[in-house]
Ligand binder design. Sequence first.
Ligand SMILES: Cc1cc2nc3c(=O)[nH]c(=O)nc-3n(C[C@H](O)[C@H](O)[C@H](O)COP(=O)(O)OP(=O)(O)OC[C@H]3O[C@@H](n4cnc5c(N)ncnc54)[C@H](O)[C@@H]3O)c2cc1C
Ligand code: SF4
Length: 333
Amino acid sequence: MKPFTYRSPADAAAAVRAVSADPDAAFLAGGTNLVDHLKLGVIEPDLLVDVTALTSAEIIDLDGGGLRVGAGVRNSDLAADHRVRERYPALAQALLAGASGQLRNMATTGGNPLQRTRCVYFQDVTRPCNKREPGSGCSAIGGATRGHAVLGASEHCIATHPSDMAVALAALDAQVNVLGVEGERTIPFVDLHRLPQDHPEQDTVLAHGELITAIDLPPLPMARRSRYRKVRDRASYAFALVSVAAALEVAGGVVRDCRIAFGGVAHTPWRAWRAEEVLRGTVAEERSYQAAAEAELADARPQHGIDGGNGFKIPLLTRTLVAVLRELATAEA
Ligand SMILES: Cc1cc2nc3c(=O)[nH]c(=O)nc-3n(C[C@H](O)[C@H](O)[C@H](O)COP(=O)(O)OP(=O)(O)OC[C@H]3O[C@@H](n4cnc5c(N)ncnc54)[C@H](O)[C@@H]3O)c2cc1C
Ligand code: SF4
Protein backbone atom coordinates (compact mmCIF):
# COMPACT_ATOMS: atom_id res chain seq x y z
CA MET A 1 0.00 0.00 0.00
CA LYS A 2 1.29 3.47 -0.87
CA PRO A 3 2.13 5.53 2.26
CA PHE A 4 -0.32 8.35 3.01
CA THR A 5 -0.82 11.13 5.53
CA TYR A 6 -3.78 10.91 7.93
CA ARG A 7 -5.42 14.06 9.22
CA SER A 8 -8.36 14.77 11.51
CA PRO A 9 -9.16 18.51 11.20
CA ALA A 10 -11.05 20.56 13.77
CA ASP A 11 -14.26 20.96 11.76
CA ALA A 12 -16.04 20.11 8.51
CA ALA A 13 -15.05 23.36 6.78
CA ALA A 14 -11.35 22.62 7.43
CA ALA A 15 -11.81 19.08 6.09
CA VAL A 16 -13.39 20.47 2.91
CA ARG A 17 -10.53 22.94 2.46
CA ALA A 18 -7.92 20.22 2.96
CA VAL A 19 -9.42 17.79 0.41
CA SER A 20 -10.34 20.51 -2.12
CA ALA A 21 -6.76 21.81 -2.11
CA ASP A 22 -5.21 18.41 -2.91
CA PRO A 23 -6.37 16.40 -5.96
CA ASP A 24 -4.89 13.26 -4.36
CA ALA A 25 -6.74 13.63 -1.03
CA ALA A 26 -9.90 11.75 0.03
CA PHE A 27 -12.41 11.83 2.88
CA LEU A 28 -12.39 8.80 5.17
CA ALA A 29 -15.62 7.80 6.92
CA GLY A 30 -16.28 4.19 8.02
CA GLY A 31 -13.48 3.09 5.69
CA THR A 32 -15.25 -0.15 4.70
CA ASN A 33 -14.95 0.63 0.99
CA LEU A 34 -12.09 3.10 0.88
CA VAL A 35 -9.62 0.98 2.87
CA ASP A 36 -10.33 -2.06 0.67
CA HIS A 37 -9.46 0.07 -2.36
CA LEU A 38 -6.25 1.28 -0.72
CA LYS A 39 -5.20 -2.31 -0.08
CA LEU A 40 -5.99 -3.36 -3.65
CA GLY A 41 -4.18 -0.34 -5.12
CA VAL A 42 -7.39 0.81 -6.85
CA ILE A 43 -6.84 4.28 -5.39
CA GLU A 44 -3.61 5.74 -4.05
CA PRO A 45 -4.40 8.96 -2.16
CA ASP A 46 -1.54 10.81 -0.47
CA LEU A 47 -3.84 12.31 2.19
CA LEU A 48 -6.82 10.87 4.08
CA VAL A 49 -9.04 13.34 5.93
CA ASP A 50 -11.10 11.61 8.61
CA VAL A 51 -14.64 13.05 8.77
CA THR A 52 -16.26 10.58 11.16
CA ALA A 53 -16.06 13.01 14.10
CA LEU A 54 -16.89 16.06 11.93
CA THR A 55 -20.27 15.04 10.53
CA SER A 56 -23.39 14.70 12.67
CA ALA A 57 -24.27 11.25 13.98
CA GLU A 58 -27.83 12.41 14.81
CA ILE A 59 -31.22 11.84 13.19
CA ILE A 60 -33.43 14.86 13.78
CA ASP A 61 -37.11 15.55 13.07
CA LEU A 62 -37.86 18.09 10.34
CA ASP A 63 -41.02 20.19 10.18
CA GLY A 64 -43.95 18.34 8.63
CA GLY A 65 -42.74 14.82 9.44
CA GLY A 66 -39.43 14.51 7.57
CA LEU A 67 -36.06 13.47 8.99
CA ARG A 68 -32.51 14.84 8.67
CA VAL A 69 -29.91 12.08 8.85
CA GLY A 70 -26.38 13.27 9.67
CA ALA A 71 -23.67 11.93 7.35
CA GLY A 72 -21.97 10.32 10.36
CA VAL A 73 -25.00 8.17 11.29
CA ARG A 74 -24.00 4.52 11.05
CA ASN A 75 -26.07 2.24 8.81
CA SER A 76 -27.05 0.00 11.75
CA ASP A 77 -28.28 2.98 13.82
CA LEU A 78 -30.30 4.32 10.88
CA ALA A 79 -31.93 0.93 10.24
CA ALA A 80 -32.84 0.60 13.95
CA ASP A 81 -34.29 4.10 14.39
CA HIS A 82 -38.00 3.75 15.21
CA ARG A 83 -38.93 6.82 13.11
CA VAL A 84 -37.21 5.34 10.04
CA ARG A 85 -38.84 1.95 10.60
CA GLU A 86 -42.29 3.54 10.92
CA ARG A 87 -42.12 6.33 8.33
CA TYR A 88 -39.69 4.85 5.76
CA PRO A 89 -39.65 1.05 6.15
CA ALA A 90 -38.14 0.60 2.65
CA LEU A 91 -35.03 2.44 3.87
CA ALA A 92 -34.68 0.29 7.00
CA GLN A 93 -35.20 -2.87 4.90
CA ALA A 94 -32.63 -1.73 2.30
CA LEU A 95 -30.04 -1.04 4.99
CA LEU A 96 -30.59 -4.42 6.62
CA ALA A 97 -30.30 -6.15 3.23
CA GLY A 98 -26.79 -4.69 2.81
CA ALA A 99 -23.46 -6.17 3.89
CA SER A 100 -23.14 -7.72 7.39
CA GLY A 101 -23.87 -6.56 10.92
CA GLN A 102 -20.20 -5.68 11.52
CA LEU A 103 -19.96 -3.68 8.28
CA ARG A 104 -23.23 -1.84 8.98
CA ASN A 105 -21.83 -0.85 12.37
CA MET A 106 -18.98 0.96 10.58
CA ALA A 107 -20.64 2.16 7.33
CA THR A 108 -22.00 5.70 7.33
CA THR A 109 -24.84 7.63 5.70
CA GLY A 110 -22.31 9.77 3.80
CA GLY A 111 -20.06 6.89 2.72
CA ASN A 112 -22.66 4.31 1.69
CA PRO A 113 -24.06 6.12 -1.40
CA LEU A 114 -20.48 6.98 -2.46
CA GLN A 115 -19.18 3.40 -2.35
CA ARG A 116 -17.80 2.40 -5.73
CA THR A 117 -18.86 -0.30 -8.17
CA ARG A 118 -18.18 -3.97 -7.40
CA CYS A 119 -17.23 -4.64 -11.05
CA VAL A 120 -14.43 -7.22 -10.66
CA TYR A 121 -12.32 -5.57 -13.36
CA PHE A 122 -12.47 -2.25 -11.51
CA GLN A 123 -11.00 -3.99 -8.47
CA ASP A 124 -8.32 -5.84 -10.47
CA VAL A 125 -5.52 -3.38 -11.20
CA THR A 126 -4.00 -5.71 -13.82
CA ARG A 127 -7.03 -5.26 -16.11
CA PRO A 128 -8.03 -2.25 -18.24
CA CYS A 129 -10.87 -0.24 -16.73
CA ASN A 130 -12.10 3.19 -17.83
CA LYS A 131 -13.49 3.94 -14.39
CA ARG A 132 -10.18 3.28 -12.63
CA GLU A 133 -7.94 4.56 -15.41
CA PRO A 134 -9.76 6.77 -17.95
CA GLY A 135 -9.11 5.81 -21.56
CA SER A 136 -7.69 2.34 -20.78
CA GLY A 137 -10.77 0.41 -22.01
CA CYS A 138 -13.54 -1.66 -20.46
CA SER A 139 -12.67 -5.29 -19.63
CA ALA A 140 -16.25 -6.09 -18.69
CA ILE A 141 -17.64 -5.61 -22.21
CA GLY A 142 -17.44 -9.11 -23.67
CA GLY A 143 -16.15 -10.39 -20.29
CA ALA A 144 -18.07 -11.49 -17.21
CA THR A 145 -21.24 -9.40 -17.18
CA ARG A 146 -23.63 -11.20 -14.82
CA GLY A 147 -23.56 -8.31 -12.35
CA HIS A 148 -23.58 -5.51 -14.91
CA ALA A 149 -26.02 -2.91 -16.20
CA VAL A 150 -29.00 -3.36 -18.51
CA LEU A 151 -30.12 0.29 -18.30
CA GLY A 152 -28.21 3.50 -19.05
CA ALA A 153 -24.83 1.86 -19.83
CA SER A 154 -22.39 3.33 -22.35
CA GLU A 155 -19.70 1.89 -24.63
CA HIS A 156 -17.18 3.08 -22.01
CA CYS A 157 -18.63 1.41 -18.90
CA ILE A 158 -21.40 -1.05 -18.04
CA ALA A 159 -20.91 -1.08 -14.26
CA THR A 160 -23.72 -1.03 -11.71
CA HIS A 161 -24.01 0.95 -8.49
CA PRO A 162 -23.87 -1.46 -5.55
CA SER A 163 -25.63 0.39 -2.72
CA ASP A 164 -28.96 -0.91 -1.39
CA MET A 165 -29.57 2.16 0.78
CA ALA A 166 -29.21 4.44 -2.25
CA VAL A 167 -32.07 2.68 -4.07
CA ALA A 168 -34.44 3.41 -1.20
CA LEU A 169 -33.22 7.03 -0.99
CA ALA A 170 -33.85 7.47 -4.73
CA ALA A 171 -37.42 6.20 -4.38
CA LEU A 172 -38.16 8.28 -1.28
CA ASP A 173 -37.28 11.68 -2.85
CA ALA A 174 -34.35 12.22 -0.47
CA GLN A 175 -32.19 15.36 -0.70
CA VAL A 176 -28.43 15.51 -0.15
CA ASN A 177 -26.90 18.40 1.82
CA VAL A 178 -23.37 19.17 0.74
CA LEU A 179 -20.61 21.51 1.93
CA GLY A 180 -17.97 22.76 -0.49
CA VAL A 181 -15.40 25.56 -0.55
CA GLU A 182 -18.08 27.82 -2.09
CA GLY A 183 -20.58 27.02 0.71
CA GLU A 184 -23.59 24.73 1.07
CA ARG A 185 -25.90 23.29 -1.57
CA THR A 186 -28.69 20.73 -1.76
CA ILE A 187 -28.94 18.09 -4.47
CA PRO A 188 -31.97 15.85 -5.12
CA PHE A 189 -30.71 12.34 -4.37
CA VAL A 190 -31.84 11.17 -7.83
CA ASP A 191 -29.39 13.65 -9.37
CA LEU A 192 -26.40 12.71 -7.18
CA HIS A 193 -25.13 9.81 -9.32
CA ARG A 194 -24.15 10.03 -12.99
CA LEU A 195 -24.66 7.71 -15.92
CA PRO A 196 -21.26 6.60 -17.30
CA GLN A 197 -21.45 8.22 -20.76
CA ASP A 198 -17.85 9.02 -21.77
CA HIS A 199 -16.66 9.80 -18.21
CA PRO A 200 -17.31 6.67 -16.13
CA GLU A 201 -14.57 7.70 -13.71
CA GLN A 202 -17.02 10.31 -12.35
CA ASP A 203 -19.58 8.46 -10.25
CA THR A 204 -21.42 11.53 -8.98
CA VAL A 205 -22.00 15.24 -9.62
CA LEU A 206 -19.99 16.16 -6.49
CA ALA A 207 -16.91 18.31 -7.05
CA HIS A 208 -13.66 17.00 -5.56
CA GLY A 209 -13.66 18.07 -1.90
CA GLU A 210 -17.44 18.46 -1.52
CA LEU A 211 -18.56 16.81 1.71
CA ILE A 212 -21.98 15.24 2.30
CA THR A 213 -23.13 16.64 5.64
CA ALA A 214 -26.64 15.14 5.88
CA ILE A 215 -29.40 13.46 3.91
CA ASP A 216 -32.99 14.71 4.28
CA LEU A 217 -36.02 12.45 4.00
CA PRO A 218 -39.07 14.55 3.12
CA PRO A 219 -42.49 13.89 4.63
CA LEU A 220 -44.08 11.25 2.37
CA PRO A 221 -47.16 9.65 3.95
CA MET A 222 -47.27 6.74 1.45
CA ALA A 223 -43.70 5.82 2.44
CA ARG A 224 -45.12 4.32 5.66
CA ARG A 225 -46.11 1.34 3.51
CA SER A 226 -42.99 1.23 1.36
CA ARG A 227 -40.97 -1.94 0.66
CA TYR A 228 -37.45 -2.92 -0.44
CA ARG A 229 -36.82 -6.30 -2.02
CA LYS A 230 -33.36 -7.52 -3.05
CA VAL A 231 -32.66 -10.59 -5.19
CA ARG A 232 -29.15 -12.01 -4.87
CA ASP A 233 -27.18 -15.20 -5.38
CA ARG A 234 -26.94 -15.98 -1.64
CA ALA A 235 -29.36 -15.30 1.19
CA SER A 236 -26.97 -12.83 2.80
CA TYR A 237 -23.71 -11.01 2.31
CA ALA A 238 -24.12 -10.55 -1.46
CA PHE A 239 -24.80 -7.57 -3.69
CA ALA A 240 -28.11 -7.24 -5.54
CA LEU A 241 -28.63 -8.88 -8.92
CA VAL A 242 -31.75 -6.73 -9.02
CA SER A 243 -33.64 -4.84 -6.34
CA VAL A 244 -36.80 -2.75 -6.04
CA ALA A 245 -37.78 0.01 -3.62
CA ALA A 246 -41.40 1.11 -3.92
CA ALA A 247 -44.15 3.04 -2.16
CA LEU A 248 -47.77 2.86 -3.29
CA GLU A 249 -50.96 4.76 -2.50
CA VAL A 250 -54.18 3.03 -3.55
CA ALA A 251 -57.70 4.46 -3.15
CA GLY A 252 -60.85 2.67 -4.30
CA GLY A 253 -58.77 0.03 -6.04
CA VAL A 254 -56.93 2.64 -8.15
CA VAL A 255 -53.27 3.66 -7.87
CA ARG A 256 -53.30 7.30 -6.81
CA ASP A 257 -49.54 7.72 -6.44
CA CYS A 258 -46.33 5.71 -6.34
CA ARG A 259 -42.54 5.91 -6.06
CA ILE A 260 -40.31 3.24 -7.62
CA ALA A 261 -36.52 2.77 -7.91
CA PHE A 262 -34.38 -0.16 -9.10
CA GLY A 263 -30.98 -1.39 -7.96
CA GLY A 264 -28.41 -3.69 -9.61
CA VAL A 265 -29.29 -2.64 -13.15
CA ALA A 266 -27.58 0.70 -13.82
CA HIS A 267 -24.62 2.95 -13.00
CA THR A 268 -27.01 4.87 -10.73
CA PRO A 269 -29.77 3.89 -8.36
CA TRP A 270 -32.43 3.93 -11.11
CA ARG A 271 -35.57 5.97 -10.49
CA ALA A 272 -38.32 4.33 -12.54
CA TRP A 273 -40.10 7.51 -13.68
CA ARG A 274 -41.72 5.81 -16.67
CA ALA A 275 -43.14 2.96 -14.61
CA GLU A 276 -44.57 5.46 -12.12
CA GLU A 277 -46.24 7.43 -14.89
CA VAL A 278 -47.81 4.30 -16.39
CA LEU A 279 -49.02 3.12 -12.99
CA ARG A 280 -50.68 6.31 -11.72
CA GLY A 281 -54.46 6.23 -12.27
CA THR A 282 -54.61 2.56 -13.25
CA VAL A 283 -56.48 -0.22 -11.49
CA ALA A 284 -54.23 -1.75 -8.80
CA GLU A 285 -53.91 -5.16 -10.42
CA GLU A 286 -51.35 -7.50 -11.95
CA ARG A 287 -51.81 -6.22 -15.52
CA SER A 288 -50.99 -2.64 -14.50
CA TYR A 289 -47.85 -3.71 -12.60
CA GLN A 290 -46.68 -5.74 -15.59
CA ALA A 291 -47.31 -2.80 -17.95
CA ALA A 292 -45.35 -0.47 -15.65
CA ALA A 293 -42.37 -2.86 -15.61
CA GLU A 294 -42.48 -3.30 -19.39
CA ALA A 295 -42.57 0.47 -19.95
CA GLU A 296 -39.54 1.04 -17.73
CA LEU A 297 -37.57 -1.83 -19.22
CA ALA A 298 -38.40 -1.09 -22.87
CA ASP A 299 -34.91 0.41 -23.36
CA ALA A 300 -33.09 -2.30 -21.39
CA ARG A 301 -30.09 -3.76 -23.26
CA PRO A 302 -28.66 -7.02 -21.91
CA GLN A 303 -24.92 -7.74 -22.04
CA HIS A 304 -23.73 -10.92 -23.75
CA GLY A 305 -20.76 -11.88 -21.61
CA ILE A 306 -18.61 -14.99 -21.42
CA ASP A 307 -20.55 -16.02 -18.32
CA GLY A 308 -23.92 -16.15 -20.08
CA GLY A 309 -24.54 -12.44 -19.75
CA ASN A 310 -27.20 -10.65 -17.78
CA GLY A 311 -30.35 -10.92 -19.92
CA PHE A 312 -31.95 -12.75 -16.98
CA LYS A 313 -32.16 -9.42 -15.13
CA ILE A 314 -35.03 -8.20 -17.33
CA PRO A 315 -37.59 -10.91 -16.45
CA LEU A 316 -36.21 -11.11 -12.90
CA LEU A 317 -36.70 -7.39 -12.32
CA THR A 318 -40.16 -7.50 -13.91
CA ARG A 319 -41.25 -10.28 -11.55
CA THR A 320 -39.69 -8.55 -8.56
CA LEU A 321 -41.48 -5.27 -9.27
CA VAL A 322 -44.82 -7.02 -9.82
CA ALA A 323 -44.41 -8.95 -6.56
CA VAL A 324 -43.53 -5.81 -4.55
CA LEU A 325 -46.47 -3.83 -5.97
CA ARG A 326 -48.86 -6.73 -5.35
CA GLU A 327 -47.65 -6.96 -1.76
CA LEU A 328 -48.04 -3.21 -1.21
CA ALA A 329 -51.54 -3.12 -2.74
CA THR A 330 -52.62 -6.08 -0.63
CA ALA A 331 -51.29 -4.39 2.51
CA GLU A 332 -53.33 -1.27 1.61
CA ALA A 333 -56.59 -3.14 1.04
C1 LIG B 1 -17.79 -7.66 2.17
C2 LIG B 1 -18.67 -6.47 1.91
C3 LIG B 1 -20.00 -6.66 1.57
C4 LIG B 1 -20.82 -5.56 1.32
N1 LIG B 1 -22.14 -5.76 0.97
C5 LIG B 1 -22.92 -4.69 0.69
C6 LIG B 1 -24.27 -4.84 0.27
O1 LIG B 1 -24.78 -5.95 0.15
N2 LIG B 1 -24.99 -3.72 0.02
C7 LIG B 1 -24.46 -2.47 0.15
O2 LIG B 1 -25.17 -1.48 -0.08
N3 LIG B 1 -23.19 -2.29 0.54
C8 LIG B 1 -22.42 -3.36 0.80
N4 LIG B 1 -21.12 -3.18 1.15
C9 LIG B 1 -20.55 -1.84 1.08
C10 LIG B 1 -20.67 -1.04 2.34
O3 LIG B 1 -22.02 -0.80 2.60
C11 LIG B 1 -19.93 0.26 2.08
O4 LIG B 1 -18.54 -0.05 2.04
C12 LIG B 1 -20.17 1.33 3.12
O5 LIG B 1 -21.54 1.67 3.18
C13 LIG B 1 -19.36 2.58 2.82
O6 LIG B 1 -19.50 3.49 3.89
P1 LIG B 1 -18.24 3.98 4.70
O7 LIG B 1 -18.72 4.95 5.71
O8 LIG B 1 -17.43 2.83 5.24
O9 LIG B 1 -17.45 4.73 3.54
P2 LIG B 1 -15.88 4.86 3.26
O10 LIG B 1 -15.33 3.55 2.83
O11 LIG B 1 -15.18 5.57 4.37
O12 LIG B 1 -15.94 5.88 2.03
C14 LIG B 1 -16.55 5.50 0.80
C15 LIG B 1 -16.38 6.68 -0.18
O13 LIG B 1 -17.16 7.80 0.24
C16 LIG B 1 -16.36 8.95 0.46
N5 LIG B 1 -16.98 9.62 1.60
C17 LIG B 1 -17.26 9.07 2.80
N6 LIG B 1 -17.98 9.93 3.55
C18 LIG B 1 -18.17 11.04 2.80
C19 LIG B 1 -18.87 12.27 3.00
N7 LIG B 1 -19.52 12.54 4.13
N8 LIG B 1 -18.87 13.18 2.00
C20 LIG B 1 -18.22 12.94 0.84
N9 LIG B 1 -17.53 11.80 0.59
C21 LIG B 1 -17.52 10.86 1.56
C22 LIG B 1 -14.95 8.42 0.69
O14 LIG B 1 -13.97 9.36 0.34
C23 LIG B 1 -14.95 7.21 -0.24
O15 LIG B 1 -14.71 7.62 -1.56
C24 LIG B 1 -20.28 -4.26 1.44
C25 LIG B 1 -18.94 -4.06 1.81
C26 LIG B 1 -18.14 -5.16 2.03
C27 LIG B 1 -16.70 -4.93 2.42
S1 SF4 C 1 -17.71 -1.88 -16.53
FE1 SF4 C 1 -16.87 0.08 -15.87
S2 SF4 C 1 -15.92 -0.44 -13.93
FE2 SF4 C 1 -16.14 -2.37 -15.05
S3 SF4 C 1 -14.29 -2.66 -16.31
FE3 SF4 C 1 -15.74 -1.56 -17.57
S4 SF4 C 1 -15.16 0.57 -17.23
FE4 SF4 C 1 -14.31 -0.56 -15.52
